[in-house]
Design a protein around this ligand. Sequence first.
Ligand code: PEP
Ligand code: MG
Length: 883
Amino acid sequence: TVYHFGGDAPHDDERQKDKTVTGGKGANLAVMAGIGLPVPPGFTITTEESVRYLNEGEDFSDKLRADVAEAVAHIERSVGKKLGDPADPLLVSVRSGAQVSMPGMMDTVLNLGLNDETVEGLATSSGDARFAWDSYRRFIQMYSDVVLGLDHGAFEQAVEIAKEDKGYFSDTEMEADDWRAIVDEFKQIVRRERGEPFPQDVEAQLWGAIAAVFESWDSERAKIYRRLNAIPAEWGTAVNVQAMVFGNMGDTSATGVAFTRDPSTGERAYYGEWLVNAQGEDVVAGIRTPQYLTRARREAAGAKLPSMEEAMPEAYAELERVFDLLERHYRDMQDIEFTVQEGKLWMLQTRTGKRTARAALKMAVDMVEEGLIDEKAAVLRIDPMALDQLLHPALDPDAPRDVVAKGLPASPGAASGAIVLDADTAEQRANRGDAVILVRVETSPEDIHGMHAARGILTARGGMTSHAAVVARGMGRPCVSGASSVSINLADRKLRIGSRELKEGDVITLDGATGEVMAGEVPTIEPELAGDFGTLMDWADRYRRMAVRTNAETPEDCRTARGFGAQGIGLCRTEHMFFDTGRISAMRAMILADDERGRRAALERLLPEQRSDFAEIFRTMAGLPCTIRLLDPPLHEFLPSRDEEFQELASDLSVGVEHLKRRAGELHEFNPMLGHRGCRLGITFPEIYEMQARAIFEAACEVTGEGGDPVVPEIMIPLVATRRELDILRKLVERVAADVFEERGASVDYLVGTMIELPRAALMAGKIAKEAMFFSFGTNDLTQTALGVSRDDASRFLGPYVEKGIYQRDPFVSLDIEGVGELVRLAAERGRATRADIKLGICGEHGGDPASIDFCETTGLDYVSASPYRVPIARLAAAQAAL
Ligand code: PEP
Ligand code: MG
């Protein structure tokens, strides 16, 4: 299907304004035309057409050919020019537009419709030969790059050489005949590279561009972007063809991009960049440095070149009117592209603007105050994962900074890392665990994987709307762009920043909030959680049903999580407490003991340590529920591996090294994840769980005795598969509790429950619930066992699995709702059928993943538990799930 917009087209078909049908760009063009904004006429080919084209052997249907012909005729009627008319040609732009904006896809071809004949017509009809030839060379270069797939380097070089020959400094000095000569050269380059001349037939040009947009949906870069952002391949992309308007027709023409609020800070101030006598790509490509849109900004920056507000007051006033209309229509900040052709303003695009997390919060809170949206809309508007940017440390303002350069504050946050000069190196080093900063002259969609791998991005060229800036903000990476004192020597892998020589691998620090670049590493401080963040989180808490707990086992993590609003501990992995120095040797002595007596002696040493750990945690959590899991991992995880460690342990325990090594060998397992671990340890070595239960109850009695809210421990048994296992271990815990309470003459309330992390446990949940007062879904192991995929080895093949769409996302990151989720649903239902008030929670990694949290809400779980830094994300996601 093809939809018309602008001109005399009707805009009342709701499907045309649905971005799943016409893509973001197409839908918004229809909306803008519908509310009476000046939009050059054009048409949108729907997303379904691209999917059909790719699925059906890359051929256009007769229907599509006919629809496009009719739509071109509509543009021709509206503009009063004809495509290919040698006297007065219509020129069009062709742009891709998926549901969400996607770097990596073919973006834009401008000036389509020019050829050796029509360029003469354009020269005559516009009365400007220079403009005509300049437009033609731009068209050949863009078309060759994005449609024919030729390297743009050769074209740029030809222009550079021509300028040098003429002694020109800038493109604006090139005259009509200079551009005409360039066009000849460009055509030769095309013929040489392709063995065919540049297409002169304007219809062929148009269909070539449409095919290129369709095919760009399946380009490598687009696929990478889709994978990183969980965008389904079935969406496809729309194509927008639109009559050209020209920002390069002299000093009353201009082009620019603008935001209705500041995308970095969220401040309510128009923000944008523009260029006189230029075409759109000049602004974003960073070829000329753009000027400020508003006078206030220009003055604040101390810039000399006039703002649009000052240079073109009438067009600017019209633009402000448009900003206002658009914000009122969309009730959100808009990111706009516009062109002024001989004094008249034209809107080329609007979309909801990307923003930093800080700006998103400020805008949402402000818009509630302004009455533009309500609290619920504000809560729904913030991407929970974006909060991550705010929860991490910023540069310590009091720490010394060795500032070596300053660029634009393109995306906030602080990052330190080793300099890398290309995207592949960034990815390789990041995979090895290194923190890296990607430093480029400017970035392009080919750099996406490297930008993702890097902690931060620094570019020498480009403004606040350059590729680097936009993509970095979207990814939440700190970015400093346009640091013009940076010059890069790729051959020697060196760079110069200001007066400093640096090389690849040297550490630098970026402050994306100020644009500063510092040599070395600068210390950081904890983030500020009050203000807009606090307001929005209060709103989220108001609308959320599920509680949010944390996975924590140290008092420090508990404090961090409480600061982030955790309402209890959902998982305390007690084994983590055994790794401390001093304890590990008692633990090893316990594991390597020859018999129960030896084990009990070692456990005696561990008891007071565990007790004081638990007491400290209970104090920190101050009466909030705490789920404590008894020992889970296979014992050999605690064993020494290196010779020195064996020697040390042997002398510690006064036994021979060989003896120890033999015992360690006996503990070897072929498949430890399915081996002697979890409740199987408690069944075979009950003294271990007895010691842990004792430590928990003694600590609970002690802390409750100190006053304050009573401690109600929730004791959790891991890796249960059968009711009988839980029956035995529940009784063990109850026996220990009775002993401790009698010894102390005091008691506490407590719960005994289990992890549901094996498929059999999920299926048998109805029976298991007879012994369990709560279930906590251990979706890490449940995913591993349900899928038969080792959680420790999956990275080798899960990448290709996700690429091929076998799994939409890594199932260890985002729950496989269809499969593993079915087990969770079933277990919840069967558990409740046995015990109506059974408490249900999740403590796998998925408890901090928004999509999985949404599933937990639907399934009616009582709480989710996430690692401390994920707690705010979970609070917001839980609220969104409930709304
Ligand atoms: C789980 O399996 O989901 C879980 C939380 O436990 P662990 O990751 O410690 O195995
Ligand atoms: Mg587990």
